[in-house]
Design a protein around this ligand. Structure first.
Ligand code: SAM
Length: 367
């Protein structure tokens, strides 16, 4: 099968330069070729490590958050529990184990894992082999995951950062879209669209940015948020998004490629490096609000996890651990919560059906 870089080169030869969004989407998820479709990128031997892979406490607290949300919804006898982009299935596995404190929740939970990668679906199947839940299924996209009439709890850790964005660049001739072309030396290179970007796509707050400034627009992210919110309003429920990002609108080129735990040039090795951008939580919140949901946050990950009892869980686990294991638990906890590590850059945003106060948030934190 042809490598994804050849596929991208053919696409450019046939159709002209690609938007950053098209480049990202193809490099990450092209059928049988994309980064997520072929391999398993997680862990020390892979390209990056995510919170559930760092500490079991992360998934366990998410599980308790799901139980508390289910209780706040009146403990319905059936609930859709959807995870977007479950990776190796570690978070859901830890979450369901912790949620075992309420067996009725597990019985009610119709779990759907939204995963595009066949390789990762297999990992998830292994991770959840022993799970005793009301139902367990897979879907390729959110729209295939949801039956019409059940309350919904949705969780997504480091999913939205993988969705494609467009990049617009300020120039002294106005805003232009950043594109990817195939240069004569056989390498991918950035280019600018000859046509101006429609003015309504650039927010007022950034429109006068200096030449060279980049504004990122994540249409598919925002549209997904709106569709999730419409379901929340129709069926009741809450969606918890955890990711790295900022509150926009703001300029900044956040497109990054990670390979073997190092940043590499973003166009160098499509299909063999993870490509992501930071999530604009303000834009995401607007997407949720457009679907009618009430939005809480963003709250820093460290604050959210501590409110859910991260320290108490650490102490409980540490009290019956060997010295070596205790050290590992404490290191994992520090990595998730220290502001200089993941504690501040990572944030949590919750969209809820009207009138539902999501666990971990106070009423005044509603946007
Ligand atoms: C960075 S990983 C995060 C994995 C996991 N949530 C964790 O925290 O370890 C992104 C996940 O989203 C999946 N994914 C990426 N784009 C997707 C898409 N468009 N539709 C469905 N799943 C997607 C990937 O295959 C992977 O499972």
């Amino acid at each position: 099968m042809m490598p994804v870089r050849d596929h991208l080169a053919h696409l450019i030869a046939a159709e002209g330069p690609l938007s950053i969004a098209e480049f990202m989407r193809t490099a990450l998820t092209a059928q049988g070729l994309g980064y997520y479709m072929r391999g398993e990128p997680f862990g020390a031997a892979g390209d990056f490590v995510t919170a559930p892979e760092i500490s079991q406490i992360f998934g366990e607290l998410i599980g308790l958050w799901c139980v508390a949300t289910w209780e706040a919804l009146g403990a319905p006898s059936q609930i859709s529990l959807i995870e977007l982009g479950p990776g190796r299935g570690t978070m859901m596995s830890d979450a369901l184990r912790a949620a075992g404190v309420r067996p009725a929740f597990l019985e009610a939970a119709q779990v759907t894992l939204v995963e595009i990668s066949p390789v990762l679906r297999e990992r998830q199947r292994e991770a959840l082999k022993g799970a005793r839940v009301g139902g367990l299924a897979w879907a390729g996209g959110f729209d295939d995951a949801l039956p019409a009439d059940r309350a919904l709890i949705l969780v997504a850790n480091e999913f939205f950062d993988a969705l494609p964005v467009r990049q617009y660049v300020a120039t002294d001739r106005g805003w232009r879209e950043r594109l990817v072309e195939f240069a004569s030396d056989g390498a991918f290179a950035f280019a600018l669209s000859p046509d101006p970007v429609p003015q309504e796509l650039i927010p007022r707050a950034v429109e006068d940015a200096a030449p060279g400034a980049v504004f990122e627009f994540a249409a598919s992210r925002n549209a997904l948020a709106t569709r999730v919110a419409e379901c929340l309003v129709r069926n009741r429920g809450a969606a918890l998004v955890i990711d790295y990002g900022f509150s926009g609108p703001a300029v900044g080129d956040t497109l990054q490629a990670l390979k073997a735990h190092d940043f590499v040039p973003v166009l160098d090795d499509p299909g063999h490096a993870d490509l992501t951008t930071h999530v604009d939580f303000d834009a995401l919140a607007t997407g949720f609000a457009e679907g009618g949901a009430e939005v809480y946050g963003p709250l820093e990950q460290s604050v959210f996890l501590q409110r859910l009892g991260a320290r108490e869980r650490l102490e409980a686990l540490a009290s019956r651990a060997t010295a070596k294991r205790r050290e590992a638990l404490e290191a994992g906890f520090a990595r998730l919560t220290e502001p200089a590590q993941m504690g501040s850059l990572f944030k949590t945003l919750v969209a809820a059906s009207p009138g539902l106060l999501p666990p971990g948030f106070a009423q005044h934190e509603r946007r």
